[in-house]
Design a protein around this ligand. Structure first.
Ligand code: AMP
Length: 236
């Protein structure tokens, strides 16, 4: 009998409480959604691809000094993680202009952003994930001044590590979204790092290898996600 208790059902992951205090289980489902759930499908194998990539990067980042919630994989789509109190922010690092930043500001698609920029959204479906700035984050008590600094430093370090890793694999890391949480006094990287939350372009062909393939009907999503998994495995 599965005694795990469902805590939270997101758009592509389900989170369960286990019998072990301080540990949760995250199941990466095969569901894929875009435009705040307006577009929705199930693609057999997608959950496993994202789980494998997330597990790989959590371990890679841990080795490089970033605290993450990753504990171990239980099966190919079930990740055991440390329970965190999540901070309701989506922290986005951008190396190349694409997506919403091109709509909102006078960047051209594909323009290099050097040094990279970090932008932050308040994670709230009810409020429509609006942009938020440091003053608002402090006023709302989401982070202290020290916490803000730590999140910024960690995000820049994660960006450099991921960008260099992908460059070796012939992939350009355009941007990505991460989320953090707290346990005690420590801020950990939580959530996931997958093709659902990054923008990745093949360096040779410019082809998208991420959720934009699904968002904009650019081709076979699973084969794009599979290419990232293969390229990661080749660099090991
Ligand atoms: P955008 O602001 O739509 O250009 O997205 C910037 C980056 O963050 C892209 O890599 C998106 O895939 C990712 N991203 C933005 N919002 C979300 C979200 N709610 N869930 C997962 N990834 C997101």
């Amino acid at each position: 009998m599965n005694e795990d208790q469902l805590l939270y059902e997101g758009k592509a992951k389900s989170v369960f409480r286990t019998s072990v205090p301080g540990e949760l289980k995250v199941i990466f489902r095969d569901d894929i959604t875009a435009f705040n759930g307006e577009k929705k499908d199930t693609l057999a194998g997608k959950g496993e691809y994202n789980a494998r990539v997330s597990a790989f990067f959590f371990q890679y980042l841990e080795k490089n000094g970033i605290p993450t919630h990753f504990i171990r994989m239980e099966d190919e789509r079930t990740m055991v993680v440390k329970e965190l109190t999540m901070i309701p922010l989506e922290v986005i690092a951008r190396n190349v202009a694409a997506g919403s930043i091109v709509k909102k500001f006078p960047f051209t698609e594909g323009q290099l952003i050097e040094p990279p920029v970090i932008v932050t959204d308040y994670k709230s479906d009810e409020h429509g994930d609006p942009s938020i700035n440091d003053d608002l984050i402090l006023a709302l008590g989401f982070l202290s001044a020290d916490g803000l600094r730590d999140v910024r430093e960690m995000t820049l370090k994660i960006n450099k590590l991921l960008k260099d890793f992908f460059a070796e694999a012939g992939i350009q890391l355009v941007d990505f979204k991460i989320e953090f949480g707290r346990s005690g006094d420590t801020i950990y990287l939580g959530d996931e790092i997958s093709m659902d939350s990054m923008r990745l372009w093949d360096e040779k062909t410019g082809e998208s290898l991420d959720k934009d393939v699904y968002r904009f009907g650019k081709g076979d999503v699973l084969s794009a996600y599979g290419k990232v998994v293969d390229k990661i495995l080749q660099t090991l």
